[in-house]
Design a protein around this ligand. Structure first.
Ligand code: GUN
Length: 281
């Protein structure tokens, strides 16, 4: 039987601290902390994410500036908006919700955001600084995972950590954070041989591949810490993660549920990064 890592509870606790930091910033600098959120098009999932981000800003006292552009927006129009936000002193963080409509080049849009306003931690300079274990704004989901480990007293030092998934947004920064925390890190992906055996060697297993209940109990070492970044639907359409929670919870020492695990931490770390960006401005 394992300890359930409660992301919802931890996120609420962190947000209280963030609210205090936001108030202190206002008192000391005499101005608000601002986050610009840019959404292009009508993707339903993106609309939900953006709404939740704006709501979370309100809860902690961060002023959000929301821009919802039509799906037909041209590259130059979006670029001009981003440039305007870059030059606006009221705005400490800029978030362009992904994915962008197919006719737009996301990479060249994101390149316009300077590292100090890149609260998603996506740009090459922030990723490079993270790789060199220097001060950086760190991608929100893996950053949230590190906060969860810390809050539950799980020190990665000397442990074998396996990251399943190699995306730029989760897998790669997750691996770098664990390496910076002195874990011995293996990154697995679709071409990895003997994937189950590699996972079964992990003291800490972080799964971010987007495949419902992919990690089964036989892939987990007894007593392992299992972090599930997945947000999938099972065969009945019910929300689930990349890990077969019911079976794996009997074998792990700590495990995150879906929903209520990593998910609530991601937006919390966006708020956290926005405060950091403002404090460093
Ligand atoms: N789309 C899905 N996740 C994210 C995220 O963390 N940031 C942005 N900007 N877009 C996303």
């Amino acid at each position: 039987m394992s300890v359930r890592i409660d992301g919802k509870e931890l996120a609420a606790k962190l947000r209280e601290g963030i609210r205090e930091d936001v108030q202190r910033f206002k008192r000391e600098r005499g101005k608000e902390i601002g986050l610009a959120v840019v959404l292009v098009g009508e993707d339903p999932a993106s609309q939900v994410y953006v709404r939740n981000k704006i709501k979370a800003c309100e809860e902690v006292g961060i002023r959000s500036y929301s821009y919802h552009l039509p799906a037909e927006t041209e590259q130059a129009q979006l670029a001009a908006l981003v440039d305007e936000l870059v030059g606006d002193e009221k705005i400490h963080g800029i978030l362009v919700q992904l994915p962008l409509p197919k006719h737009l080049d996301a990479e060249s849009i994101l390149k316009r955001i300077p590292p100090e306003k890149d609260v998603d931690g996506f740009c090459a300079e922030n990723v490079g600084n993270l790789a060199m274990n220097r001060t950086a704004l760190v991608a929100c989901t893996p950053f949230g995972v590190m906060k969860m480990l810390e809050a539950y007293g799980i020190d990665p030092r000397g442990k074998s950590a396996v990251v399943l998934g190699r995306s730029n947004i989760v897998g790669k920064p997750m691996a770098m954070l664990l390496l910076n925390a002195d874990a011995t890190v293996t990154v697995c992906h679709s071409k990895t041989k003997d994937l189950a055996a590699v996972c079964a060697g992990a003291d800490i297993l972080v799964v971010a591949i987007g495949r419902a209940k992919f990690v089964t109990a036989d892939m987990v070492k007894p007593g392992a810490v299992v972090i599930d970044v997945g947000m999938d639907r099972d065969e009945n359409g019910k929300l689930c993660g990349d890990v077969d929670y019911e079976a794996v919870k009997e074998k792990a020492s700590y495990i995150t549920p879906v929903p209520g695990g990593v998910g609530p931490m991601t937006i919390t770390m966006l708020l956290y990064n926005t405060v950091l960006a403002a404090q460093r401005s």
